[in-house]
Write a protein that binds this ligand. Structure first.
Ligand code: HAM
Length: 437
């Protein structure tokens, strides 16, 4: 008999897995709400055109795309950014600024499978529109950090590498490079960490061997790890653009420092981000041990809304992926066992006791308690075993003797203490013992 399996890289969520996924989503959602971000969603299937040239060659090569029955070229979304730009662009004038939006959704990329990378994955996306200054980056990096801290992760577990495509541009311009060469150098820098000198192959193919003096300057710039070091290197170069960009850096880092977040953030010009649309500050989150692929990535993309045909609007945002994030939580012992156990298990003597039990358990459920019971008649022993296995805190015992007296037994399943209570007091007793309801 043929057995069907999931497609490579696609995931099924059994209840334990779904509970973990929910745990991530709930804390991310709650955190975004505390920062005043509003939630939105959009289609998973989009016109292929939306990603062509906008997202960049790497993502374009990974698209799940096909022609639909109406002859349209379509693609499963590989990321949210072009879509959210369309949403915001279409209503830009009506939306109150700054526009702070987030979403949680599934994305699809035909990637080579490896630890922490699949062909479908979830992302938490957060973006701010309409704010040109580094105030938006401060707010987003603060949100990113809090989305990690909310799970108990600390600065010894993760950090954010902060870089700047503008600064690279202005620096390379000051060194005398033209636009085409600058792009080729940034392409090499993007790969340098992984490939070393081989990263310059494309540059060499285009322009011949790289001048050793230029290369030394690039590697020096790559190694700068603080604002003070950046200022020291850039001050002698002068130039209004470079100097005013350093002011933005100062503002951004001062804002993060005032929030007590500087310990999470490291200046690191090795990050330039592969996606085509980034224009300014870019950042990526990694685990401190350096064992996992990127946990999150983002940056400023002031030109994308304009490229999609709406009046241009400054924008900056990031996305956290669920797969590497879950691995990090598990490695640090911070992934709770979060399948929701019932709070109360009803142990029911026989068919005639079922009626009384059903009345009570419905009332308890309506009051908000999680209540379970055996579907079929079972010996008492088996029911207690089942009650213990579910992890319930309380058992309510509906035996014929108890009901004849107008009472039920309530048993604390942790310490096994037991007492009888009048049936009319079941809800109140549960409230006293468990709270809420
Ligand atoms: P990205 O760096 O391509 O950025 O993805 C962000 C995060 O999504 C990654 O750091 C990673 O955790 C996760 N991710 C990406 N691809 C995969 C995969 N194949 N399997 C598992 N996880 C993956 C973006 O997508 C930008 N659109 C983010 C953004 C939002 N920029 C501005 N706003």
């Amino acid at each position: 008999m043929a057995t069907f399996q999931t497609l490579p890289g696609f995931r099924e969520f059994y209840p334990e897995d779904f509970a973990r996924r929910n745990h991530l989503f709930q804390l991310w959602r709650r955190t975004a709400n505390t920062f005043g971000f509003a939630e939105y969603d959009a289609p998973v299937l989009e016109p292929l055109e939306l990603y062509k040239t906008k997202s960049g060659d790497e993502i374009e090569g990974q698209l799940f795309s096909f022609t639909d029955k109406g002859g349209r070229e379509v693609a499963l979304r590989p990321e949210m950014t072009p879509t959210v730009c369309r949403l915001v662009g279409a209503r830009a004038n009506a939306l109150k600024r700054p526009i702070k939006w987030f979403s949680i959704g599934e994305f699809y990329r035909y990637e080579r499978m490896q630890k922490g990378r699949g062909r479908c994955f979830f992302q938490f996306n957060a973006d701010i529109f309409g704010e040109p200054g580094p105030e938006a980056e401060i707010e987003l990096i603060a949100l990113l950090v809090q989305c990690f801290s909310a799970f108990g992760l600390t600065e010894s577990d993760f950090y954010v590498r902060l870089s700047d495509r503008n600064l690279w541009f202005y620096y390379l311009e000051a060194l005398g490079l033209d636009d085409v060469r600058i792009r080729a150098v940034l392409g090499a820098i993007d790969k340098y960490e992984k490939m070393g000198d081989d990263a310059f192959k494309d540059y060499t193919a285009q322009f011949g061997p790289i001048d050793p003096a230029l290369k030394a300057k690039l590697l020096h710039f790559l190694g700068l790890k603080s604002l003070a070091a950046l200022e020291e290197t850039l001050a002698p170069l002068g130039g209004d653009k470079l100097q005013s960009r350093l002011l933005d850096w100062r503002k951004l880092l001062a804002g993060l420092q005032a929030m007590g977040l500087e310990r999470f953030v490291e200046v690191d010009l090795g990050v330039v981000r592969g996606l085509a649309y980034y224009t300014g500050f870019v950042f990526e989150a990694f685990d401190r041990k350096g064992e996992l692929r990127a946990l999150a990535g983002g940056g400023r993309y002031d030109d994308l809304i304009g490229k999609l045909g709406s009046p241009s609007l400054p924008a900056v945002g990031f996305a956290i992926g669920d797969m590497t994030f879950a691995l990090l939580l598990e490695q640090r012992g911070l992934m709770p066992n979060v399948v929701q156990a019932p709070e109360i298990y009803c142990v029911i003597g026989g068919e005639s006791e079922r009626k009384a039990a059903f009345g009570d358990l419905q009332a308890l459920r309506a009051a908000g308690y999680r209540v379970d019971y055996p579907m079929k008649e079972l010996a008492f022993g088996k029911q207690f075993k089942a009650a213990a296995e579910t992890g319930a805190k309380l058992a309510l015992i509906y035996g014929s003797e108890e009901l004849a007296k107008g009472v039920v037994k309530i048993r604390d399943l942790t310490d096994r203490s037991e007492r009888e209570i009048p049936r009319s007091e079941v809800l109140q007793t549960v409230r006293d013992l468990l709270g809420g309801g």
